[in-house]
Write a protein that binds this ligand. Structure first.
Ligand code: HEC
Ligand code: HEC
Ligand code: HEC
Ligand code: HEC
Ligand code: HEC
Ligand code: HEC
Ligand code: HEC
Length: 255
């Protein structure tokens, strides 16, 4: 029995690693396609935008996207501000104003023109409602800032802070904290979309066993879960540890 579960765990870790590989392969970013810019407008270049949008430009100069040039063999496509906002000549000729530039916070298609694989993620059965227009990439990503990810790989705290803006109920403080949350919401959740309900990374006991496997498994903590518990469902359903983010009432996070 023990070996069986060890096998399961290995399988899981393997599939996780393969998952990582695939994501990396997909992360290769393509060139913009199928973007409908205001048809008659022409590109004017970032220097022109900077004359009126000094603040955005100052932030943007240090950002990831500022280092990108996109063009195909024959044709210049876009870089700078206009890669996300579309060609700006009409906007500039009008002295600025609303409605003459693409605003990606209202429609993310311009992002998908390069980040095609993100379009697929937001089309999975369980996803943040970006395509539905209820929120935008900019709710979590700082596109003009030095790094579009307003967090660092060394500090998951910042990712959580982004999530807490909207999901305050997961923030606590709780009388009984679940240390896993300190590892970051992404330990258990996909952020764009997932095939699993609640955007879980995986929706079975392996979600929890990654951290809660002991030598005397299926004992977890000081309780043998094998015969009676695992038949009831996942660790977090069936009336078990439903307070996965922390509890004010029960030290075993049951409610
Ligand atoms: C002549 C000055 C001027 C220039 C040049 C200019 N803008 Fe603007 N822009 C404005 C003004 C004014 C507004 C309206 C601000 C407001 O109402 O809050 C604006 C608004 C915008 C908006 C918001 C539009 C919306 O509908 O919400 C974007 C995006 C934008 N500009 C991008 C750019 C880009 C990219 C460039 C370069 C291609 C550029 N601007 C060049 C003056 C300018
Ligand atoms: C990587 C994509 C990207 C690039 C490149 C980019 N922006 Fe933006 N910009 C955005 C997004 C997304 C928003 C919407 C942000 C929001 O709603 O908080 C935005 C919003 C704006 C706005 C409207 C702000 C407001 O308060 O409504 C202006 C003006 C603007 N950008 C100007 C610029 C200028 C000038 C540049 C170049 C120096 C630039 N942007 C480069 C993605 C980009
Ligand atoms: C013209 C193509 C293009 C457009 C349009 C574009 N991006 Fe990017 N973006 C890139 C490239 C290329 C990178 C760098 C990829 C890398 O370093 O792996 C990048 C990087 C990023 C990253 C950081 C990835 C990382 O690993 O750090 C985020 C987040 C991001 N883009 C979001 C957006 C959003 C949101 C939009 C729309 C507002 C957008 N991008 C529009 C090409 C684009
Ligand atoms: C709910 C918050 C949220 C929203 C909305 C969101 N992102 Fe992200 N995004 C994240 C987080 C968090 C990460 C880092 C994921 C990780 O570290 O596992 C990320 C990573 C990325 C990356 C780089 C890593 C990768 O997965 O390739 C890109 C590119 C990206 N997002 C693009 C987008 C685009 C484009 C949109 C809008 C269409 C968007 N994101 C909307 C939170 C969000
Ligand atoms: C701008 C607000 C906003 C931010 C920021 C945000 N979310 Fe969400 N989140 C939403 C909305 C809206 C939904 C959809 C709720 C619904 O459909 O009832 C959602 C749904 C979810 C769900 C599924 C909940 C359910 O009941 O199906 C999870 C899990 C989730 N978000 C996690 C995260 C994580 C992790 C982050 C940080 C990377 C994050 N969210 C950042 C607004 C946000
Ligand atoms: C240890 C794994 C784990 C971590 C870490 C985690 N979650 Fe969850 N989350 C879950 C599980 C399991 C569910 C419940 C799924 C179910 O019952 O269908 C859930 C449900 C949710 C929901 C749906 C509403 C609810 O409470 O049931 C939201 C929103 C959510 N999580 C956001 C977050 C945010 C934000 C973070 C980071 C602060 C986070 N989660 C960290 C495992 C986790
Ligand atoms: C990233 C690692 C990690 C993940 C994933 C994780 N946990 Fe935890 N969990 C911990 C740590 C660390 C503690 C505190 C030390 C301990 O009691 O083992 C803890 C404590 C607990 C406790 C309280 C211990 C007790 O005495 O009752 C419960 C219950 C719990 N976790 C349930 C879950 C459930 C359910 C899941 C899956 C949804 C899960 N954990 C996923 C790391 C994790």
């Amino acid at each position: 029995m023990k070996n069986f579960f060890k096998g399961l765990l290995t399988l899981y870790i393997l599939s996780f690693l393969i998952g990582l590989l695939t994501v990396n392969a997909e992360a290769a970013v393509g060139k913009p396609t199928n973007v409908s810019f205001p048809s008659e407008a022409k590109y004017v270049g970032t220097e022109t935008c900077a004359t009126c949008h000094e603040k955005e430009n100052r932030e943007y100069e240090l950002s990831t996207h500022a280092r990108i040039t996109v063009s195909n063999e024959n044709e210049f496509i876009a870089n700078g501000c206009e890669m996300c906002h579309g060609p700006g000549s009409i906007h500039v000729d009008n002295g600025g104003g609303k409605g003459t530039m693409i605003n990606p916070s209202k429609d993310p298609s311009i992002c998908f023109s390069c980040h095609l694989e993100k379009k697929a993620e937001f089309s999975l059965p369980y996803h943040h409602p970006v395509n539905e227009g209820k929120m935008s990439c900019a709710d979590c990503h700082d596109l003009h800032g030095t790094d579009p990810r307003p967090w660092t790989s060394s500090s998951m705290d910042d990712v959580n802070a982004t999530c807490f803006k909207c999901h305050k109920e997961t923030r606590g403080p709780f009388v009984f904290e679940h240390e896993a949350v300190g590892e970051g919401c992404t330990t258990c959740h996909k952020v764009h979309g997932s095939i699993h309900d609640k955007m879980l990374v995986i929706r079975d006991i392996n979600l929890c066993l990654r951290c809660h496997t002991q030598v005397n498994y299926p004992t977890i903590g000081d309780f043998n879960h094998g015969a009676t518990r695992f038949t009831q469902g996942t660790c977090f359903s069936g009336g078990c540890h439903t307070a996965v983010h922390g509890s004010n009432f029960d030290d075993h996070l049951r409610y």
